[in-house]
Each structure stands twice: as C-alpha cells, then as structure tokens.
Design a binder for this molecule. Structure first.
Ligand code: PEP
Ligand code: MN
Length: 258
C-alpha cells in the first residue's frame, strides 16, 4: 500500500485564503445557525473587527436527540446571504451525503465533525470531489486513525484537506476535552496537510480560547476555528464556550498583533 499523504507540504486554497500559507487563518462564528438575525448580527460584528472565514452549523450532531438539531437547509440560505453580503467564505458540517451536491454548490469548506471522522462511506464520497474538507479529529481517535481518515479522502482523489485538532476524551473532565497540542506538529509531519485548532470544543471554556490559540500557533498551527455569538447567553448550543463580540475583539487584536 502506498500512502497518498507522504508529508509533502500542501497549501489548501479557499477563495483568496491559503491554509498552510504565511498567515494563520481565523475562522469564527456561532456553534449553530439559529436564525437569520442571530447569524447576521454575529457576522456583521466579526467583519467589523476582522475575520477570514465564517463557521456555523446547520446540521448539529447533538449528543441528545432532544436538543436543538440545527435549521438544516434553511440555515444554509442564511449562511449564503452573509457570505455574499460580507464577502467571506463559509464552513459548515455535512453529516449525510444526501446533501453533498447542495454543499458542493453553496459551501466553501465542508466540515466533517468529530463524530463522523470514522464515517468511511462519507469520507470516500468527499474524496471524489475537489472541495476543501475540514476533517476534525475523532474524540477518541488515535493519530494513526486520524491519518487514515484523511487517507480515505485523499486516496479517493481529493487532497484539499485541512485537519483540525478539537480535543480528545481523557480521564480528567475539568475541561470538556483534552487539547492535544502535540498533534499539530505531528499531523503536519505525518501528512503535510495544514492543521488548525478548535480551542472552543477543545476546552469548552471561553477563558481558555486565547491561551490555547497562542499555544497552538506556537506549535505551528495554520489557523484557528472558534465559536462567537452576539449574545452567548441566549445560544441554543455551546453558549458557555462562545465569546461575545467584545471578547472576540480582544482575542483578534492579541492574535493579529503577536
Ligand atoms: C462543531 O464544530 O460544530 C462541532 C460539533 O465540533 P466537533 O465535531 O469537534 O464536536
Ligand atoms: Mn459547538
């Protein structure tokens, strides 16, 4: 068996952004798209401060089926609207390949969430496209399993893959997950792909977003994806780990000035 990802450095281009280029990419936005107003007000604030790409889930892989599951395709309409109005690319999670064609047309980066890292039929289908894919680490995935998940996409023909360390489960639940900063240089060496970090899900604690971002960037991360909500106290999902716009401004200024 020959590996497709042999460690040669890969830059993934998304509109005018380069993941793996000279500058770390900042992706921010709400955990979930909740309404037109919520998304619009959040993205307007982010744009005024500075941001490279917008995140927002429309299909939410919630642990409980009784929790908010996302707006579905209606949410994609709102994502497109803000993307066009503020000239920003969007990333959102695909859970079911029945929506693949619509995602290929309307989404800039297709996210594979932690729970779907092992969904090999989904990974194979994404491998047959040439879309940029954000592949999150499974919450209990070893480095080797994560590399192989990336290979499921790359060996089917698509090496436009951005990896994302989002924390793994550990014995200690003081933080939501244990952010494995060592995975950043390891995955870059193993695959050559750009690697970004998600300190929002990685820690579950908004106070830890800035220090963990600094740690990740110091370890060579090519960017960061974080949760920001214009009113985190009203968020339908992950409000406790979401920055408000004032806090995002401080985060952005520190990261961009360092
Ligand atoms: C998300 O980014 O919205 C998300 C659900 O993250 P994860 O798949 O890492 O849990
Ligand atoms: Mn979330």
């Amino acid at each position: 068996m020959t590996k497709t990802l042999n460690g040669d450095k890969k830059i993934v281009k998304v509109r005018n952004l380069e993941f793996g280029g000279d500058r770390p990419i900042i992706i921010a936005g709400p955990c979930s798209v909740e309404s037109k107003e919520q998304l619009y007000e959040t993205v307007k604030g982010l744009k005024e401060i500075g941001v490279d790409c917008i995140r927002g889930g429309i299909f939410k892989p919630r642990t409980s089926p009784f929790d908010f599951q996302g707006l579905g395709i209606e949410g994609l309409k709102y994502l497109r609207e803000v993307s066009e109005e503020f000239d920003l690319p969007i990333v959102t999670e695909l859970m079911d390949d029945k929506y693949l064609d619509i995602f290929i047309e309307f989404v800039d980066i297709i996210q594979v969430g932690s729970r779907n890292m092992y969904n090999y039929s989904l990974l194979k289908e994404l491998g047959k496209t040439n879309k940029p894919i954000l592949l999150k680490r499974g919450m209990s995935a070893t480095i080797k399993e994560w590399v192989m998940a990336a290979e499921y996409i790359a060996s089917n023909g698509n090496d436009n893959i951005i990896l994302c360390e989002r924390g793994i489960r550990s014995f200690d639940n003081y933080t939501r997950n244990l952010m494995d900063i060592s995975a950043v240089p390891i995955m870059k060496m193993e695959t050559g792909l750009p690697v970004i970090i998600d300190p929002s899900h990685g820690t579950g604690n908004k106070e830890l977003i800035l220090p963990m971002t600094k740690a990740g960037l110091a370890a060579g991360a090519d960017g960061v994806i974080i949760e920001v909500h214009y009113k985190p106290e009203t968020a339908l999902c992950d409000g406790e780990q979401s920055l408000d716009l004032e806090q995002y401004k401080k985060f952005y200024n520190e990261i961009r000035s360092s």
